[in-house]
Design a protein around this ligand. Structure first.
Ligand SMILES: NC(=O)c1ccc[n+]([C@@H]2O[C@H](COP(=O)([O-])OP(=O)(O)OC[C@H]3O[C@@H](n4cnc5c(N)ncnc54)[C@H](OP(=O)(O)O)[C@@H]3O)[C@@H](O)[C@H]2O)c1
Length: 336
């Protein structure tokens, strides 16, 4: 697969989100199935894998997902780019806490679960108002110097937070919500990142499945640990309201002999040179389908027509950047 850069880190232009093997979309597959699916993605040409220490903590245990990713990729480690995330715990945020030591403690646990001695890309999962992002940047700079992370990133941040952090230690990538229905990043994140060579790694690039066209007003989500029960575009009214957008995507899929999910990914790959989406799925066939979006291209005319058609539609439901611990893991919005 073609490559793109997140700062100086080279990755396949489509990555893989592995969260759903541990968290966020209801029941999980057998562990060996998940491991095999990750390996199938690697064999296809995907070199970029996204996990987090938090994935699994809600129903299983912290690090559940990192263990699966580590097991799947341990013998091809040097050819894979591993991204993981830490989140602040109350003991990391108290007065007199040495941030570098705290973050390093999180990282060392991740290294052990990932069966590696370095992480390629280490993100702060959510900012915290008690911890200046500049201090996090400084600590991340020390970890880079230590040689145990290659680069660092932020998740669900505004352009302002990104700039403040980037001035202290250059950021490799920002992982924010971005897809055809959630475009806040176009205002503040993309312009800055394109200029600075920072990668943008959209999470939920298929809008939690909605853009695949496989979700209808009658789809029942799972009762436990399923983010689709609160994603704003996925209420019955909003699924119906967003149908004109789904119809446009379907039209392009028919024309290009592609699937709707592939069109949604190819759309952002065409739009920005520094974007590397990380679609997530628990299903091996769909994982390979999504990676196959690397073969779907638009002419500039086709892309402009698509953007114009989309611009004519009202989006129903908006989540946006959810920054700060007040809405993050420690609090209201479930961490994903
Ligand atoms: N930084 C953060 O705060 C944050 C937040 C959320 C996610 N993430 C990362 O981003 C990754 C992707 O995000 P996401 O999983 O929330 O959203 P997503 O990739 O937009 O969508 C996942 C959903 O779409 C379905 N799906 C995927 N491909 C499909 C296809 N080709 N056809 C039909 N349905 C398809 C999946 O169902 P099936 O499993 O049944 O295929 C699943 O329900 C995660 O794995 C995680 O690594 C990070």
């Amino acid at each position: 697969m073609e490559k793109r850069n997140l700062g100086t880190i080279e990755v396949s232009k489509i990555g893989m989100g592995t969260m759903a093997f541990s968290h966020g979309y209801g029941k999980i597959p057998e562990r060996q199935y998940s491991i095999d699916a990750i390996r199938a993605a690697f064999e296809y040409g995907c070199t970029f894998f996204d996990t987090a220490e938090a994935y699994g903590a809600q129903l299983y245990y912290e690090g559940h997902n990192e263990e699966i990713v580590g097991e799947a990729l341990k013998d091809v480690r040097k050819n894979a780019v591993l991204a993981t995330k830490f989140h602040f715990k109350p003991e990391d945020c108290g007065k007199g806490t040495d941030l570098y030591t705290s973050i390093r403690r999180h990282l060392e646990k991740s290294l052990s679960r990932l069966q590696t001695d370095y992480v390629d890309l280490y993100y702060l999962h959510r900012t915290n108002s008690r911890v200046p992002v500049e201090d996090v940047a400084e600590a991340m700079g020390r970890l880079i110097k230590d040689g145990i992370i290659r680069g660092w990133g932020l998740s669900q941040v505004s352009g302002d937070t990104l700039k403040r952090a980037d001035q202290v230690t250059p950021v490799s990538a920002v992982q924010n919500l971005y897809n055809i229905l959630e475009r806040d990043c176009e205002d503040d994140i993309f312009p800055y990142c394109v200029e600075r060579g920072i990668g943008v790694v959209p999470f939920s690039p298929i809008a939690s499945g909605l853009l695949s066209g496989k979700i209808t007003v009658d789809t029942e989500f799972e009762k436990v640990d399923d983010v689709r029960s609160w994603v704003p575009q996925l209420t019955r009214e909003n699924i119906a309201g967003n149908q004109p957008i789904l119809d446009i995507i379907q039209g392009y899929a028919d024309k290009k002999d592609a699937t709707n999910a592939q069109i949604s990914l190819a759309w952002m790959l065409h739009k920005y040179p520094n974007v590397v989406p990380i679609p997530g799925s628990k299903n091996k066939e769909r994982i390979l389908e999504n990676l196959g979006a690397d073969q779907v291209t638009f002419t500039d005319e086709e892309f402009t027509a698509l953007e114009t058609a989309l611009a004519g539609c009202k989006v129903h439901g908006h989540r946006g950047h959810v920054e700060e611990e007040g809405k993050g893991f420690l609090n209201k919005e479930p961490l994903r």
